[in-house]
Design a protein around this ligand. Structure first.
Ligand code: GDP
Length: 195
């Protein structure tokens, strides 16, 4: 998709803050530092629209970026940051559960996994949780520029095995640095948007 226009439209922590206009949305989830802001900026073709690096201690929010006045890219708060107090983790869980169970506009979820590492306990839990809710999930394997060409297929196989992906499940290597995977990801996203 050609992004002609995009901006941050809504920031919220509960259902009453989210858009009510019924436009379809695609949500992005992943561990803190996985490269989610970088990926969102890359697919929206902006340098610094999504903030990079979630700052610990700051209130975590769900951010809605309006795109071409026809959809939302939704930035979900990252998980797995070691220094977050239990009360914050509980708030994160509540916010995520409410969003995931009630958002009828949600068409698919992109789960980001760092291509260099075997998915961790949190990643597996997140994937299984999303599966359990019955969502269509696209996996983006981030920071692919950090591996050489022969390592990429090996690490993709590790991710497939650890998350127990089926052959038809979509896994896309992505680099925000090199902008590789942007078109592949949009092609997958567009399958969930009205023609
Ligand atoms: P977030 O916490 O998931 O939003 O992650 P950020 O987008 O803030 O990225 C975390 C760190 O990883 C930053 O230092 C980024 O510069 C770096 N990073 C993110 N994406 C890439 C990438 O594709 N390639 C490389 N080499 N570094 C990346």
């Amino acid at each position: 998709m050609k992004v002609k226009q995009c901006d941050l439209k809504y920031i919220g922590t509960n259902f009453s803050h989210y858009p009510m206009d019924g436009k379809p949305e695609i949500a992005f989830a992943g561990k803190s530092n996985v490269g989610k802001s970088t990926l969102i900026n890359a697919i929206l073709g902006r340098k610094a629209l999504a903030r990079t690096s979630s700052q610990p201690g700051k209130t975590r929010t769900i951010n809605f970026y309006g795109v071409n006045d026809m959809m939302y890219v939704v930035d979900l708060p990252g998980y797995g940051y070691a220094k977050v107090p239990k009360s914050e983790v509980a708030k994160w869980g509540q916010m995520m559960e409410e969003y995931l169970t009630r958002r009828e506009e949600l068409r698919a979820i992109i789960l980001l996994i760092d291509i260099r590492h075997e998915p961790g306990k949190n990643d597996i839990m997140m994937y299984d949780w999303l599966k359990h809710f019955g969502f269509d999930i696209i996996i983006a394997a981030t920071k692919s520029d950090k591996l050489n060409r022969s390592q990429i297929p090996k690490q993709l196989a590790v991710i497939r095995k650890t998350l127990k992906l089926q052959p038809q499940d979509v896994l896309i290597p992505f680099s925000g640095e090199k902008k590789t995977g942007v078109e592949e990801l949009w092609a997958e996203i567009e399958k969930f948007l009205p023609g």
